[in-house]
Write a protein that binds this ligand. Structure first.
Ligand code: URA
Length: 220
C-alpha cells in the first residue's frame, strides 16, 4: 500500500490526464472517461471489463445492476466501496456495451498498469475473462481459474491475483451467484484479515420455496 497523501495526489493528477485520453477510437463515442473510484491506498483492487451505459453517464465504475451486486458482495465480507479501488480494463464505454477489442485493450492498458503502480494493492480481484486474461498474462478463462489465487508481479510489486466471476454473470444465474459468494468469502483471508461477521442483511440468493401441489381431500 502506498503512503496516503502522495498516492492520493498522484492518482488525482493521473486521473486528470486520463480524462482527456484519445489513445483509441472510444474517445469519440464516450460521454466521459471512467477512471476508477474508491481508496487510493486500497489493499484490494477490483478490475472489471468496461464501463456500461450508467457508468459512462455518471463517470463512476460499477453503478448499474452489476455494481449494486458488487456492493452487496462487499458488504457481505465487511467492506465498503470506499475501502477498495474499483476500475476496469477499459476506461471508456464500448458502444452498445460490446466486448472490448484487442486494440482498445492494448491502448488502455498503460492506464491500468499506472493505477496499480500508484495504489500498490496487495490483492487484485479480476472480475471475469477480460481482466483475468490481461492481468495474468495467460489465456486460461475464468471458468477454469476462478477462486484460485495466483502470485504475480504487477507494477513492480508482488501481488496476489484473484480471478472471480463478473457480477453481471451472476445477476440472473443463481448457481453462479452462489459460486461468486463462495469466492468472495475467501477475500478477507487473502487480505490477511479476520473473516467478516455474518452479513446483517438477508442472503443474496434465496431459493424459491417448493411449489406445493394442493392435495384434493375427499369429503368423507
Ligand atoms: N460496469 C463497470 O464499470 N464495469 C463492468 O465491467 C461492468 C459494469
Amino acid at each position: 500500500m502506498a503512503a496516503a497523501t502522495d498516492a492520493h495526489l498522484s492518482l488525482i493528477a493521473y486521473g486528470d490526464v486520463v480524462a482527456g485520453c484519445e489513445r483509441c477510437a472510444l474517445a469519440r463515442t464516450r460521454t466521459q472517461v471512467v477512471f476508477g473510484s474508491g481508496s487510493p491506498t486500497a489493499d484490494l483492487m477490483f478490475v472489471g471489463e468496461a464501463p456500461g451505459f450508467h457508468e459512462d453517464k455518471q463517470g463512476v465504475p460499477f453503478v448499474g445492476a452489476a455494481g449494486k451486486l458488487l456492493g452487496k458482495l462487499l458488504e457481505g465480507i465487511g467492506l465498503t466501496r470506499d475501502e477498495v479501488w474499483i476500475c476496469n480494463v477499459l476506461k471508456c464505454r464500448p458502444p452498445g456495451n460490446r466486448d472490448p477489442l484487442p486494440d482498445e485493450i492494448e491502448a488502455c492498458e498503460p492506464h491500468l498498469w499506472r493505477q496499480i503502480e500508484l495504489i500498490q494493492p496487495t490483492l487484485i480481484a479480476t472480475l471475469g475473462n477480460f481482466a483475468t486474461k490481461l492481468l495474468s498474462g495467460k489465456p486460461a478463462g475464468i471458468t477454469q481459474v476462478h477462486g484460485r489465487p495466483q502470485q504475480v508481479v504487477l507494477g513492480g510489486n508482488a501481488v496476489t491475483l484473484y480471478p472471480i466471476f463478473h457480477p453481471a454473470a451472476a445477476l440472473y444465474t443463481p448457481r453462479m451467484l452462489q459460486v461468486l459468494e463462495e469466492d468472495f468469502r475467501r477475500i478477507p483471508d487473502l487480505l490477511g484479515r479476520p473473516a467478516a461477521p455474518p452479513p446483517p442483511t438477508a442472503p443474496l440468493y434465496v431459493p424459491d420455496p417448493p411449489v406445493e401441489h394442493p392435495v384434493q381431500l375427499g369429503l368423507f
